[in-house]
Design a protein around this ligand. Structure first.
Ligand code: PEP
Ligand code: MN
Length: 377
């Protein structure tokens, strides 16, 4: 970290720095300490901190009289950072994270599809028949598995389906609850595919850990540090969706660091876009591939794209999906998928955005061509 100070203020700033450092590093072991160096330039005096600066924040210094700029040189997400500077300024490159979800590997340069219904529904209509959430979810899982087998990507496919739903309105369907896990267990049984779902609380995380092969923290809870820790502490592989509002590059990885520093760094990013002035008109959320790429480059964490919750239009989702894999080189996709002839209006959650199975199959064909060309299979 560097602090640039206008001429005439350095002595006062130095005293402030000494106080902050003494307070933050009380009881620290020698290797945990930072050294502060003062250098005089022509227009500024500069303080450089050498060593592990994670205990310090830019905000500790930004508002002090005479401080012009505070610049952090190393990232505050040291478990997840790709590069790390040692106290003697050597740069170490850390190996990328590989996440194993029931034998499906999420890793940089790999490929997975996480597909299935958004939620475990109560009942829906398919053609003329009304069927239970259980029958529907099982049928979706079986058909996804059949497509995956036919296209020889069975070991790259994971199911999704959420028993609990975070909803922006308190008056809409919140999910079927714990029994949804039994439904997903049955879907895994008939398809042989592992499954993951969203955890919104510690008790949900523990219940999911007893059933599912992994879980994720959704957009609405993406800044809940306690939940992120609890999810990681289940020991299961976990995903993290970016927040509803724009997050900076450092921000998402910094929230994820709460989980990773518990010792469970089997994590991946799910980019689902965010709300801004264009979202809600043409697209549901503003997908930011550039930020997602930045997250991937700065960290050891693989990144998958969720076009369903991003563009949310089944006519456009295939194009965004192909671009994400072919041109941006992301590591996988998350897709809401439903049965052909399923009547969208009978779904309580995200009925307008899922891909019909036959469209999913066409997309999967195109994706297979792309990943073959990329040498991923
Ligand atoms: C979901 O994947 O079902 C979901 C609720 O997504 P998000 O957290 O991105 O809104
Ligand atoms: Mn959804």
């Amino acid at each position: 970290m560097l602090i640039e100070v206008r001429k005439g203020y350095a002595d006062a700033v130095e005293k402030h720095i000494q106080k902050v450092v003494a307070q933050r590093f009380e009881g620290a072991k020698p290797h945990e300490l930072v050294k502060v160096q003062r250098t005089s330039g022509q227009t500024y005096d500069v303080f450089s901190f050498i060593g592990p600066t994670e205990r310090l924040s830019e905000e500790d210094f930004r508002m002090v009289d005479g401080v012009e700029r505070v610049t952090r040189l190393s990232f505050p997400f040291k478990t997840l950072a790709k590069y790390h500077k040692t106290p003697n300024q050597q740069e170490i490159e850390h190996p990328d994270i590989e996440v194993d979800i029931g034998g499906r590997i999420i890793k940089k340069g790999g490929f997975v599809i996480i597909a299935g219904p958004c939620a475990v529904e109560k009942k829906v209509r398919v053609g003329r028949k009304e069927i239970s959430g259980l029958d529907y979810t099982r049928a979706v899982a079986e058909q996804i598995a059949a497509i995956a087998r036919e296209l020889e990507i069975y070991d790259m496919v994971i199911l999704r389906g959420c028993p609990w739903k975070p909803r922006s309105s308190a008056y809409t369907f919140q999910g079927v609850g714990i029994e949804g896990l039994d439904v997903m267990d049955r879907a895994r049984e008939v398809s042989g595919l592992p499954y993951i779902c969203e955890a919104m609380s510690e008790s949900q995380a523990n219940a999911i850990a007893n059933h599912a092969d992994g879980m994720w923290v959704g957009a609405r809870n993406s800044m809940d540090q306690e939940l992120i820790e609890k999810v990681a502490k289940t020991g299961k592989p976990w995903g993290h969706k970016n927040g509803l509002k724009a997050m900076t590059l450092e921000e998402q990885l910094s929230w994820m660091e709460y989980g990773a520093k518990t010792g469970n760094d089997k994590c991946f990013i799910i980019e689902r876009g965010f709300i801004d002035e264009v979202s809600g008109k043409y697209q549901r959320n503003h997908g930011d591939m550039m930020r997602a790429l930045g997250n991937r480059d700065l960290s050891r964490v693989p990144v998958i794209i969720d076009p369903s919750h991003m563009i949310a239009d089944p006519r456009t989702i295939p194009r965004v999906s192909c671009a994400a894999i072919q041109y941006f080189g992301f590591d996988g996709l998350m897709l809401d998928v439903g049965l052909d002839n399923a009547e969208r209006a009978t779904f309580q959650c995200d009925g307008q955005q899922f891909l019909y199975m036959s469209d999913f199959k066409k997309l999967a064909h195109r994706l297979v061509d792309i990943i073959k060309e990329q040498g991923k299979i």
